[in-house]
Design a protein around this ligand. Structure first.
Ligand code: AMP
Ligand code: GLY
Length: 460
């Protein structure tokens, strides 16, 4: 079962959210791509002609921690002639899906399990940052509860302490504590969560960090194991409610580029690239990505994949809060619409280790401002025993880009219903950020469902 025409490549994207929808959408635009499969994807992605679900023996292919998942994935790729696999989320990367596919001779883009430790182990990331001399918050490592209590008593940092669970905790394991009382409450919540998880939460210990003050930004690079290219900057709104209030979420909206970062770039943009590197991006490349990637290579874990630094722009320059070994969600939904390149060609060059040869002037980006607003189901993010609502019909159409995440197909008129969490997001493009903001909210009701919640201040 190959793609209808000769020389067209079939691609498989692993994951099921808005980020994977955006990846599949971008790959589908390539003249060199035949079919785009997504494993397992979601029902909202499959309305276009090129994008379909990876199904084997009438079952969707999933990549979770279940026996047989990887074998099914490999078999699917072979049967369907997949020339390239791109892994979206951190979960499968942490399970070693890249290692398994590589061993089977399948071309895959993403870091190995060892390289993915930059995200899966906060202690590993901190040690790499320290060794590479990258600006980052001061930290202490607690191997368990017994280490954590005395650290809170000592309280070494004036702005406060961030307590982070080590390992993948989907954004739920981070507590920013301004006072010792805050830290006491954080420990109580963590203990409850740990009991519920049967001790899994605390198994890898904790990292305590000084609280940094500044504005946060997400910086992305694309790495081929040897070299890297900038993959843009974006801002994500992590809290549920307007004005950065309420609980942390996976991200309620994003925008790119980030005008407040680039105020010093003037108008001297060369004609060959709509949006070249700004001095801030160049500084981040030099102070953060270059030393870290060099060290990863030297320590025997060369990094190939997308690397995403969560940065705090402080009064003394950018400092790294965390690394993610993948693209961000929803940042991808504002980065990819601005990429003036064929994503298939870009990723093939990266998997061949020839990024710099293929793109000597870097990647080309549109100067347009992209803004994305997430619509989440009622009850999201589902903390403190709140149930997230599902089963509501999703209806309407938009002239803008709609990327789906928490939807399943339904027999109802609309064909789709909510399945909880972040349900969908809309990306608009405009000449400046304010126009993008206005446009996004003018059309916010175009695609809707009962109980939808969204922020009204994305890009403000
Ligand atoms: P992380 O999962 O490490 O990115 O942390 C989640 C969020 O907690 C970040 O996006 C920040 O808003 C906040 N945060 C984490 N570390 C720090 C820090 N050292 N100082 C201030 N805020 C932080
Ligand atoms: N939006 C943040 C993340 O993907 O981790």
């Amino acid at each position: 079962m190959t793609s209808g025409k000769k020389n067209l490549a079939n691609i498989l994207v692993v994951g099921s959210g808005g980020r994977e929808h955006a990846l599949a959408w971008k790959f589908a635009q390539s003249q060199r791509v035949g079919k785009v499969f997504v494993a397992p994807g979601n029902a909202g992605m499959f309305s276009g002609s090129k994008i379909s679900q990876a199904v084997l023996e009438s079952r969707p292919v999933v990549v979770a921690d279940q026996p047989g998942d990887l074998e099914r994935l490999i078999r699917f790729c072979r049967i369907n002639d997949c020339e390239l696999v791109v892994v979206g989320p951190e979960g499968p990367l942490g399970l070693g899906v890249v290692d398994a596919l590589q061993e089977s001779g399948i071309r895959v883009f993403g870091p190995t399990k060892a390289a993915a430790r930059l995200e899966t182990s906060k202690a590993f990331a901190r040690r790499i940052l320290e060794k590479a001399g990258v600006p980052s918050p001061e930290f202490l490592i607690a191997h368990g509860w017994a280490d954590l209590h005395p650290m809170i008593e000592v309280w070494p940092w004036p702005e406060g302490m961030v307590i982070k669970v080590d390992g993948l905790a989907a954004g739920k394991g981070v507590f920013v504590c301004k006072t010792r009382e805050d830290a006491g409450r954080a420990v109580a919540s963590l203990k409850l969560m740990d009991e519920t998880s049967g001790g899994a939460l605390s198994a890898n210990g904790f990292v305590c960090e000084e609280v940094l003050v500044g504005r946060e930004v997400s910086a992305f690079v694309l790495c081929d194991g040897r070299d890297f290219l900038s993959f843009g900057m974006a801002c994500d709104h992590k809290r549920l409610l307007d004005g950065d209030r309420g609980p942390n979420t996976g991200g309620m909206g994003a925008y790119s580029p980030v005008p407040w970062l680039n105020q010093d770039q003037g108008t001297a943009w060369p004609a060959w690239n709509d949006a070249p590197l700004t001095s801030v991006e160049a500084e981040i490349d030099e102070k953060v990505f270059h030393p870290v990637l060099k060290l990863m290579d030297q320590t025997g874990s060369p990094f190939r994949g997308f690397l995403f630094a969560g940065l705090m722009m402080t009064s003394t320059g950018p400092k790294v809060l965390e690394f993610n070994v993948r693209l961000g969600d929803p940042e991808t939904q504002v980065l990819l619409p601005r990429l003036n390149e064929d994503l298939f060609e870009v990723i093939m060059a990266a998997t061949d280790g020839r990024l710099k040869e293929a793109f000597p002037d870097g990647l080309q980006w549109s100067r347009a401002n992209a803004l994305h607003v997430v619509k989440a189901a009622a009850g999201y993010p589902g903390i403190d025993g709140v149930t997230i609502r599902s089963g509501d019909p999703v209806f309407g159409e938009s002239k803008h880009l709609v990327f789906y995440s928490g939807v399943v197909s339904s027999k109802g008129q609309s064909g789709l219903e909510t399945s909880g969490g972040r349900v969908l997001g809309v990306t608009v493009m405009a000449d400046d950020l304010n126009s993008a903001h206005v446009l996004a909210y003018e059309s916010i009701n175009e695609v809707n469902f009962d109980g939808a919640q969204w922020r009204t201040d994305i890009g403000k």
